[in-house]
Design a protein around this ligand. Structure first.
Ligand SMILES: [Mg+2]
Length: 390
């Protein structure tokens, strides 16, 4: 038996070159604020957290998180690390409950759950490495030959630029595409027209035989969404993602009764949080993010519940922890895929920290049956562009 000897958390601050995104590349929750300063700051992030859990035999499991890394690091170092050190990584379900219940007074959602997620993902990587099996084989095994993915970028910009990007993605073999809205309630009818113009422009390129997903990243409100939905119907979106604030579960449920499926969940936490969404009928597609929702242990339980509700799970973000769950889940039809790209919004940063993430080919990607664990390692290929805080 191997026991956990240490938990090492590191914050990776990207200091290298970045591509400046368009000013209105996506609506977001802070759009309603009077003084917004940098309007896109709450969407953009150039930091990541790695969490390496090492056993007494020297095996290292790698977890990670992307939300508020410096605060999550403090939570791991001061609270959570001590709860798993000395324990058997194969007791991961017990360790999850231990971390969750012993910090319940202040943990539960947000930073606490992100810290649990990072450690839990590392535990699964560890278990896979010790067992000599890829993580998806520990989760039920291969449910599909390859994982179909959807191309997730198409930030709002000039329609011609979005069309060019869609053409390129189409030429790469993608068959599903997610685009972002740049305009919300403060932009009035004129903004609505701009939004619709862009949906039409992308549809024109990808046709109606491919999937189109629409993303508002909580930058709309109920009134605006109710007015937009009928106008969007003719474009046959596969879903409209996060139209309103993540906490407005009743709002989601109301919208989701309409003809356009509503998706969400990337800002929800834990089994009970996701169960609430499912019971309320708030989403037609559940999109938890494994490195926020409570790691692979929580995600695996949520997958079972969502399957019972017949709500497909398509986790937020690319990344290996999501891919392994998707490979093992019969109720996980598709994975989000951020194309490999120069550092721009931050979504793509994991390609610069880790090695081993698969690249999509012709609209799908593959996991290796013979690589134990998650199949990623931390690379020093871009290390000169990071300031690392131990
Ligand atoms: Mg999203």
């Amino acid at each position: 038996m191997e026991t956990i000897k240490s938990v090492r958390s590191r914050v990776w601050n990207w200091t290298g070159p970045t591509v400046p995104p368009n000013r209105n590349f996506c609506t977001n929750a802070s759009d309603v604020l009077r003084e917004k300063g940098d309007a896109m700051a709450s969407f953009r992030f150039h930091q990541w957290l790695t969490c390496e859990v090492e056993t007494d035999k020297g095996t290292v499991g790698i977890g990670n998180a992307a939300l508020a890394p410096s605060v999550v690091k403090k939570a791991i170092d001061d609270w959570y690390a001590g709860l798993v050190i000395g324990e058997d990584p194969f007791d991961c379900a017990y360790l999850w409950d231990k971390m969750y219940r012993m910090t319940h007074a202040w943990g539960r959602k947000g930073i606490g759950m992100v810290a649990i997620s990072a450690i839990d993902i590392a535990l699964w990587d560890l278990m896979g490495k010790i067992a000599g099996k890829p993580v998806f084989k520990l989760l039920g095994g291969r449910s599909k030959d390859r994982i179909p993915v959807y191309y997730s970028k198409l930030y709002a910009g000039p329609p011609a630029d979005m069309q060019r990007e869609a053409e390129q993605a189409l030429a790469m073999g993608h068959t599903a595409f997610k685009m972002r809205f740049g305009f919300g309630p403060r932009d009035g009818m004129a903004g609505m027209r701009e939004n619709l113009k862009r949906v039409e422009a992308v549809r024109e390129v990808i046709g109606f035989e491919n999937d189109l997903m629409l993303e508002a990243y909580m930058g709309w409100n109920l009134d605006y969404t109710r007015r937009m939905l009928p106008k969007l119907e003719k474009f046959e979106p596969r879903w409209l993602e996060e139209p309103v604030l993540a906490d407005d579960i009743e709002g989601y449920a109301g919208l989701n009764r309409g003809p356009i499926p509503i998706s969400g969940g990337e800002h929800e936490f834990s089994l009970l949080g996701c169960a609430q969404l499912l019971r309320a009928g708030a989403v037609s597609v559940l999109q938890y993010d494994t490195n926020r929702v409570g790691g692979i242990t929580a995600a695996n339980k949520i997958n079972a519940v969502a399957e019972a509700f017949q709500v497909p799970v398509i986790p937020h973000a690319g990344q290996m922890h999501n891919y392994h769950l998707t490979m093992a889940g019969t109720n996980c039809p598709l994975a989000e895929y951020f194309p490999v790209h120069d550092v721009e919004v931050g979504n793509e940063l994991f390609y610069y920290i880790f090695e081993g993430d698969p690249e999509a080919e012709n609209g799908s990607l593959q996991l290796d049956d013979n690589i134990p664990g998650l199949g990623i390692s931390i690379t020093d290929r871009h290390i000169k562009h990071f300031e690392i805080i131990e």
